[in-house]
Structures are given as C-alpha cells and as structure tokens.
Design a binder for this molecule. Sequence first.
Ligand code: CAA
Length: 246
Amino acid sequence: MSRVALITGGMGGLGEAICIKMAALGYKVVTTYSPSNNKAGDWLKQMQAQGFDFRAYPCDVADFDSCKACVDTVTQEIGAVDVLVNNAGITRDMTFKKMGKADWDVVMKTNLDSVFNMTKQVMDGMMERGWGRVVNVSSVNGQKGAFGQTNYSAAKAGMHGFTKALALEVARKGVTVNTISPGYIGTKMVMAIPQEVLDSKILPQIPQGRLGKPEEVAGLVAYLASEEAAFVTGANISINGGQHMF
Ligand code: CAA
C-alpha cells in the first residue's frame, strides 16, 4: 500500500512542487489550504487536468483544533499520515521599527506554532507504526537573518530547534525529523520582493547568480522522506545556491 504524504500549504510555490514530486514517487498526496482560500477547487481541477489525483482539506495551520480536525479527517478518509511536510508559511516583511505586535504574532503562529499543531497530530501514530518522516521547511533567513524579517527569521530559526529536540526523542522509533533551509526560490513569495531589492541586494549574494527552482527543493524533500534517508535526522540541510555556508 502506498504511503500517505501530507504537505501543508501545497497550492503553489514550493508546496505544489513537493506535491507533484511525491505523487510521481507513488505517495498518496494530501495537501492543506487556508480556509479563506476560495481558489482551492480551481487548483484541484488544474492538477487533475495534469493527471494528479491530489486530495486537499481546509486547515488553519495556526490553529490547533483546526489541525486536529483536518488530520482526523485525512486519517479516516485517506489513511494514517506517514510523511508530514510542514511547508505552509507567510511573510510580513518590514523593518523592526515599523513592525507591530500583530505582524509578529501572525508570522509566529503561521510559521512556527503550525509545526507543533500539525506534528502533534501525527507523531504518536508514526511512533506506534515504527516509521515516519517529518520535514520542516525553514529558510536561509532563519540561518543568517534577513533585513525586514525579524518575525520570519525568528520563526524559521525556531523550527530547527524544534527539529533537533524532537529528532532526539523519536530517534529509536523509526521516525526522522529534519529541517530544510531553502534560499531564494522562484516562487510568488520571492517575486513579491520589490524588483530593485531583489536585483541590488539579494541576487548579488547568491554565488550561482540565480534563484532556485521549486523542483530542486522538492527533490530534497523526497530524499528526506525516502528509505535511503533513514540515517538522516535532526539535520538542517541548506539549499541556497551557495548564498550561506557554514
Ligand atoms: N540589506 C541592506 N539594506 C537594505 C536591504 C537589505 N536586504 N533592504 C533594504 N535595505 C535598505 C534600503 O536600501 C533603504 O536604505 P536607504 O534608506 O539608505 O535608502 C532602507 O533599507 C529602507 O529600504 P526600503 O525603502 O525598501 O524600506 P521599506 O520599509 O519600504 O521596505 C522591506 C523594507 C519591506 C524590508 C523591503 O526592503 C523588502 O521587502 N526587502 C526584502 C526582504 C526579504 O528579503 N524578504 C524575503 C522574502 S522571500 C522569503 O522569505 C523566502 C525565503 O525563505 C528566502
């Protein structure tokens, strides 16, 4: 029986590329979308037209009860989650001087609380079955900081602390927990950066001189979800065109 992969925030950007890659590898692919997203049906139809039989459920990843309801439904309708990719995330970029409490809270809740909210729903089952994979999609900006992203950088750095602690706790149960830290990838999130900032401040920092491709990140997620990656846990794998090395 094929494994179930649940990818949060799968409609677009990195999430969509991860859904496509996991489907190509034979996983049953389930994604979540924000309850306020009224284009979910259109996306599913588009994907169906391309031959992908994805399932999608509304889920506010910032809300524990919504995550519980979503994973309970997925488990009943599709099966227990074997691979969880905590991918959903947002930005509210602005200098610290301009940042208000609401801008801080929404990013922490969506990007970091979500990792607890979702992982909590699946971890007991993974441990009982003796197999599981959690991949947390962080960012180069959680590793090195970024101008205008005190909220986002803090949340993304926090993800890796979570990864390391949980990886220790579940290491003997056949479950791995890893972080990936993509750099600037050609997604809507990056395209929202003012072109002048992208050209003058960001691209010059990338030794490969280009943005990453979502498919490149999807390939790394697929590896971490695979059998071959069983000995990789608690890692934070950079994928950033050489922008940040340590
Ligand atoms: N490094 C150094 N200085 C910078 C800078 C940077 N990256 N970005 C802006 N500045 C400077 C500007 O040159 C400007 O300086 P002067 O006042 O001397 O001219 C000053 O900061 C103010 O800049 P702005 O006019 O742009 O200020 P703003 O308030 O309108 O906007 C900002 C600030 C929202 C942070 C905007 O600069 C911005 O969007 N920057 C990009 C932030 C970013 O990299 N976000 C990543 C999004 S993608 C992502 O998050 C995915 C991922 O994981 C990698």
